[in-house]
Ligand binder design. Structure first.
Ligand SMILES: [Zn+2]
Ligand SMILES: [Zn+2]
Length: 257
C-alpha cells in the first residue's frame, strides 16, 4: 500500500470530531501516515492540540483564515498567533491565512492580516498555508513584499498562468478533491504543469469530497482519490506520485520521521 500525507484537514470540525476514532481508522487503513491540521482562528487552537494529543501523526498550524478576519482582526490577534506558534513544538506552519475575495468586502483588512502573518512566519522560519480564492493577483502582490517567504497555495484552483507565478516564486501547490470534478478541466491542466518537487495533496475535509464521494462528508482517507486523479493527469504511477508528494510534505513542514 502507498503512503500518503493529507496536508490540509479540519478534523476538529463537528462533522468529523464526533466520529474521530472511526475516521482515523479509515485514514490509517488507506495509507495516510501524516496529516497537517489547518487552523482557521487562534480561538480554535486548543481543539487542534486536542486532536494532536489523540493522534500523534497529526501536525498543527496556527493562524487566522481570511474569511474569519471581518470584524475580528487586530494586531492583538496577531500577537496571539505569534505566541501560540512558539508555545507548542507541534506547530509546523502559520495559517491558514491568505486572501478570499469571493463576495468579500473587507479586502484591506484581509491584506493586513495576511501581511502580519507572513511577518510572523518568517523569523520563526515556518512555512505559510495560503488560502487564495478569486485573489491570485493580490496574493502574489502581497507575497512579493516578503522576499524569501515560503509555503503552500492550498486547495488550489488557479489557472495555468497563475500556477506558473507561484511555482516561479518557489511555492508548493496543493490540490484537493476539486481536481477530480468533471468540470475542472483547466485545473487539471494546472496540475499537469507543477514540477514534482512542488506538488502536494490534501482533502480540506470535511468539505469538497473528491469523486466518487462528491457531495458527501469528506475525510482524510479520501486523499487517495486526489492522488489517483493527479497520477492519471500527470501520466505517472500512483506509487511514484505518492512517494514524491509525501517527501515534499515532510520537507516543507519539516515533519519528524
Ligand atoms: Zn482554505
Ligand atoms: Zn482549510
Amino acid at each position: 500500500m502507498v503512503s500518503l500525507v493529507d496536508t490540509h484537514v479540519h478534523v476538529n470540525f463537528p462533522e468529523l470530531a464526533t466520529d474521530l476514532a472511526a475516521v482515523r481508522q479509515r485514514w490509517q487503513a488507506n495509507g495516510v501516515i501524516r496529516l497537517v491540521h489547518s487552523c482557521v482562528s487562534p480561538d480554535e487552537f486548543a481543539t487542534l492540540q486536542a486532536v494532536a494529543d489523540r493522534c500523534p501523526e497529526v501536525a498543527i498550524s496556527v493562524g487566522l483564515h481570511p474569511l474569519s478576519t471581518g470584524g475580528f482582526w487586530s494586531e492583538t490577534v496577531g500577537d496571539r498567533i505569534q505566541d501560540l506558534a512558539q508555545s507548542d513544538d507541534r506547530v509546523v506552519a502559520i495559517g491558514e491565512t491568505g486572501l478570499d475575495f469571493y463576495k468579500a468586502t473587507n479586502q484591506a483588512e484581509q491584506i493586513a492580516a495576511f501581511s502580519r502573518q507572513i511577518a510572523i512566519a518568517q523569523p520563526l522560519d515556518l512555512p505559510l498555508i495560503i488560502h487564495c480564492r478569486e485573489a491570485a493577483a493580490a496574493t502574489r502582490e502581497v507575497l512579493q513584499g516578503f522576499p524569501g517567504a515560503k509555503g503552500v497555495l492550498h486547495c488550489w484552483a488557479g489557472t495555468p498562468a497563475e500556477t506558473a507565478w507561484f511555482v516561479e516564486m518557489g511555492f508548493y501547490i496543493s490540490f484537493s478533491g476539486i481536481v477530480t470534478f468533471k468540470s475542472a478541466k483547466t485545473l487539471r491542466e494546472s496540475a499537469a504543469m507543477v514540477p514534482r518537487d512542488r506538488l502536494l495533496i490534501e482533502t480540506d475535509c470535511p468539505y469538497l469530497a473528491p469523486v466518487p464521494h462528491r457531495g458527501q462528508r469528506n475525510e482524510p482517507a479520501y486523499v487517495r482519490w486526489v492522488a489517483e486523479t493527479l497520477a492519471q493527469v500527470r501520466g505517472e504511477d500512483l506509487a511514484e506520485l505518492a512517494a514524491y508528494t509525501t517527501a515534499n510534505a515532510y520537507a516543507l513542514f519539516r515533519l519528524a520521521t
